[in-house]
Design a binder for this molecule. Structure first.
Ligand code: A5P
Length: 232
């Protein structure tokens, strides 16, 4: 339904890419549109000497199909710019990410990028994080039972993420995801610290202080730019 809005945001994001850049490639349906647009710009010669750093196996596959030369972060590579989607965007430009299951690699790439730009349709805007989306938490399979029990005791109502066939979903990193309800949580920063501090948790989908700009398009073709500088 929001396809046209996602496409518009993706096209705007390509305008931020310059020759010679290393670009972090997000995951999800909106980031996929950006990858396609970036591939087109490379194929036409409008952009040259671009390297992509994919945040998931799916994005890696898509980028390869679209002829984008790839690298990973293993050599201490740093991205000039990362373009990624989000599940929720609050007025301060804080995010929930990870409904696509790629939160950990997405956060590694975002933290190692000079600039992080989020592309989204207007349905992703929320007044408060956690109102529409659960918080995905990536957990070591070894620790699943105890982390799940701990989160349940904290009132986070954790639900293991399943595949469409009903079996447990494993991330690209071989871990599982617990989707937690955080609609009642008032101190998101404290929650991020508490979740991170629990042994067995390898990452969570709260992206606090990471995004520099969001390009948010609506169905009427309007584009809103939300920048960290203007969030105050
Ligand atoms: C992937 O793990 C997520 O963080 C995505 O960025 C997020 O789910 C947005 O996906 P869509 O663009 O498909 O809504």
């Amino acid at each position: 339904m929001y396809q046209a809005a996602k496409q518009l945001a993706a096209q705007r994001a390509v305008e931020l890419v310059s020759h010679g850049m290393c670009v972090g490639l997000g995951t999800g349906s909106t980031a996929a549109l950006f990858i396609e647009e970036l591939g087109k710009a490379i194929a036409s010669g409008a952009l040259t000497d671009i390297t992509g750093v994919p945040t998931s196996i799916d994005s890696q596959r898509l980028a390869t199909q679209h002829g984008i030369p790839l690298a990973d972060l293993s050599n201490g590579f740093y991205c000039d710019l990362t373009i990624d989607g989000a599940d929720e965007i609050d007025p301060q430009l804080e995010l929930i990410k990870g409904l696509g299951g790629a939160l950990l690699r997405e956060k590694v790439v975002a933290q190692n990028s000079r600039r992080v730009v989020i592309i989204a349709d207007a349905s992703k805007r929320v007044a408060r994080l956690g109102t529409k989306s659960p918080l995905p938490v990536e957990v070591l399979p070894f620790a699943r039972g105890v982390v799940e029990k701990h989160f349940a005791q904290q009132g986070l109502r954790p639900k293991p993420r399943l595949k469409p066939d009903g079996r447990i979903l494993h991330t690209d990193n071989g871990n599982i995801i617990l989707d937690c309800s955080i609609d009642h949580v008032t101190d998101i920063r404290q929650l991020a610290k508490d979740v991170t501090g629990r042994a067995g948790v390898v990452g969570h989908g709260l992206f606090i202080g990471l995004a520099d700009l969001a390009i948010i398009a609506d169905l009427g073709g309007q584009v809103e730019l939300l920048s960290r500088m203007s969030c105050g």
